[in-house]
Write a protein that binds this ligand. Structure first.
Ligand code: ADP
Ligand code: MG
Length: 686
């Protein structure tokens, strides 16, 4: 039986010199080596003819080095040129010139007479076809030739001191050894151990592209399955924690609803019921509430908090910024003080209680509003029953763990307006139950979004003044990054003066990150009360701010912002009954920025915007996958493999339902067959 844990530095067929570079790639054992998956393959069974034109798609070519040349330019800079001749060259074929700039080591590796495989984009440079910095491999005619050529060849993530060729030979060798014997599958096999072993061989050295695709599918499914088992067992463990059951007669909530000037949407009602059920249960709530900007999440948060207060516990509401915390506090004061609910505000800069604490200090608030920093301070809660975390899609597992470290574990509701793609709710947020508000309040005015060239600023200004004249208010966003230096504060002030001139005699105010909090608060309050007509601001107003009479959002240099951010900004308007306008001013008309702004002109649906964003930019770490505490994916792709993720999840959920106490090892790199050992191979994952 091959021991996958076998250390490579103890094996004689692994050259000593390779051990250190292998370690740099985190390859220390046979198992590591076998799961060092190729990043791509080159079809080296037949090579394409040398191109006669440039192309944006990289191609793989093979030829003989007929000339090498080192040229200097700009004094000390060097350019190394290698001329390749196509095999079986005919009168029409043109040589290919490969060029490397300032890469000393390449020069030492390539010589006339060698045959070379190169991979890169051909470019027309004058009359020559060139490839700049192609990936390359020298063909050496030795016993190993058949490992590297004449087949679909794996290309690996490599490192200095470990060439493609050396790495490939090592992996080939390890597979040979492992294949002749038996070995445990490296991931939980979703089909059978034998199929899994075949897939592992195939993903490195496939005989055909079809075979490669199905091997990859099997392995990705296995990888996702392991991840889903981990998530599922964590979730089950969370469920076993002791929480508190908050049962209230609902009188307080009823009173609150009666005083509301609007009816709840069906989506809000449904979500409140979901939350109410969680609150009443013994196990702690761990719920993610997704709802587009303006969908009315605050009301849901308040309902949840009132249920908890009614049952005799405290609730905390946490916001990412001071402005938002202040706004929530103001809203809560307006709605809840008449009901006799005791409120308290706790931020870095301000502590305020809405009730008079008794001299004995015996009084405690029912609801505490604060910034996320609250979490890390030793704010003593007398009896914390619920924590609501607002506008925080980056609120990861570790922060939540911090909250739920206390006993009994409080219920947690995380709210976000950032639509989270399905694969991520299945992974990074997989330990949370999800509620979605998929409906906007009916009274919403339309939002018209239009991208405009900076040159038409004159027309835009005329329009803006008309709106202000009609009694509406406007946000003007300028693209200054919130830097802490004085310079940007100065630039902001200059910007403000320009706008004040433009909009005279309407009253304007300035808002940015450098303004001290009490002043910021006063500025927001003036705008909320309609005393100022326009707010010139950086993106500090991005999340959550709610002023229904503000109907114009003008964004300067809109192309500099990301799609998601623009959508968030636009969410500040269209909150009342009036028609609203989002104007995206742009000086640049590159196809990319045009495409980006066009998405916003086309749709107001946050999920559509998020999908487009995700397509244009990839997920990045925007959504906090790094904080999820999940092992990084080695093969699967969250963007492309949604269907496989669904299948893996279904399989894991099924198994955990049958055996809720099943423990899935957290830290083991290769999770052995906990499942198979228990006699449950699940060949029916589909
Ligand atoms: P978000 O989900 O972006 O946090 P808010 O909770 O701030 O949205 O709500 C936006 C605005 O809509 C607020 O002024 C709120 O009072 C109002 N609102 C909430 N629910 C409704 C509803 N069902 N009908 C009408 N207006 C509503
Ligand atoms: Mg909000």
């Amino acid at each position: 039986m091959t021991d996958l844990g076998q250390r490579l530095d103890e094996l004689e067929w692994v050259p000593r010199a390779r051990v250190t570079p292998l370690r740099r790639l985190e390859i220390e054992t046979i198992g590591d080596l076998l799961t060092h998956f190729p990043r791509r393959h080159e079809d080296r069974r037949r090579f394409a003819n040398f191109p006669r034109d440039e192309s944006d798609r990289p191609i793989c070519l093979c030829g003989e080095v007929v000339k090498t040349q080192l040229r200097r330019f700009g004094g000390w800079k060097k350019i190394f040129e290698v001329t390749l001749q196509e095999d079986d060259a005919n009168a029409l074929s043109q040589p290919l010139v490969c060029r490397w700039f300032n890469l000393h080591y390449v020069q030492k590796m390539i010589a006339t007479g060698q045959r070379l495989v190169v991979f890169g984009k051909p470019r027309l440079r004058g009359k020559r076809i060139c490839m700049d910095h192609p990936e390359f491999e020298v063909i050496e005619n030795d016993d190993d030739l058949s490992i590297h050529f004449g087949r679909i060849t794996p290309i690996y993530p490599a490192t200095e001191g470990l060439s493609q060729r050396a790495l490939r030979a090592l992996i080939y060798h390890a597979l040979e050894q492992a294949n002749s014997e038996q070995f445990d599958p490296l991931l939980p096999p979703v089909l059978s151990a034998a199929t899994h072993r075949d897939s592992l061989r195939t993903i490195h050295f496939p005989d055909s592209l079809e075979e490669l695709a199905s091997a990859r599918e099997e392995l990705v499914l296995s990888e996702f399955f392991a991840m889903q088992m981990l998530i599922g067992s964590r979730r089950a463990a969370l469920g076993r924690q002791t929480g508190r059951s908050h049962r209230a007669d609902g009188k307080l909530l009823e009173k609150f609803m009666r005083n509301l000037s609007f009816d709840l949407t069906n989506a809000q009602k449904r979500v409140i019921e979901e939350v109410q059920r969680d609150l009443a249960a013994d196990r702690p709530m761990n719920r993610l509430l997704q709802g587009d900007v303006g969908s009315g999440k605050t009301v849901v948060a308040i309902a949840a908090m009132l249920l908890v207060v009614d049952s005799g516990s405290q609730a905390a509401l946490m916001a990412p910024t001071q402005i938002l915390a202040e706004q929530h506090y103001a809203v809560l004061q307006r709605w809840l003080e008449p009901l006799g609910v005791k409120l308290s505000l706790r931020t870095g800069d301000r502590q305020e209680d809405s009730f008079l604490p008794l001299l004995s200090g015996g009084a405690t608030a029912d609801i505490i509003v604060g910034t996320h920093a609250l979490l890390y301070e030793s704010v003593s809660f007398a009896d914390l029953g619920l924590v609501v975390i607002d506008e925080q899609h980056k609120f990861g597992v570790s922060q939540r763990a911090r909250l739920t470290a206390r006993e009994p574990v409080p219920d947690v509701l995380v709210m976000t307006a950032t639509p989270i793609p399905r694969t991520l709710t299945m992974t990074a947020y997989g330990d949370l139950d999800v509620s979605i508000i998929n409906e906007m309040p009916a009274n919403r005015g339309k939002i018209i979004t239009a991208a405009r060239d900076e040159k038409s600023l004159g027309d835009v200004l005329t329009f803006l003044r008309e709106q202000l004249q009609a009694g509406r208010q406007a946000y003007i966003i300028y693209p200054l990054i919130e830097e802490s230096d004085k310079l940007s504060a100065k630039a902001a002030t200059a910007e403000f003066e320009v706008w004040r001139e433009r909009l005279r005699p309407f009253r304007c105010d300035l808002l940015h990150g450098r303004i001290p909090p009490p002043e910021k608060q006063a500025t927001m309050e003036r705008f909320r009360r309609g005393e100022t007509a326009a707010l010139i601001s950086t993106t500090v107003i991005e999340v959550g701010v709610d002023v229904p009479n503000a109907t114009v959002m003008l964004i300067e240099n809109a192309e500099r912002f990301g799609l998601a951010q623009l959508h968030q900004l636009r969410g500040r308007i269209g909150r009342g009954e009036h028609k609203s306008y989002c104007i995206l001013l742009t000086g640049e008309t590159s196809p990319e920025s045009a495409a980006k702004l066009e998405v916003l002109e086309r749709t107001r649906d946050g999920f559509e915007v998020a999908e487009a964003d995700w397509e244009m930019r990839g997920p990045g770490d925007l959504l906090g996958t790094a904080q999820s505490g999940l092992p990084p994916l080695r093969l699967g792709n969250l963007q492309k493999d949604v269907e496989l993720m669904k299948r893996a999840r279904a399989a894991a959920v099924g198994i955990l339902e049958r055996d809720p106490l099943l423990e899935w090892p957290e830290n083991q790199r290769f999770r052995r067959l906990v499942v198979e050992e228990q006699g449950r191979t699940f060949s029916n994952v589909s």
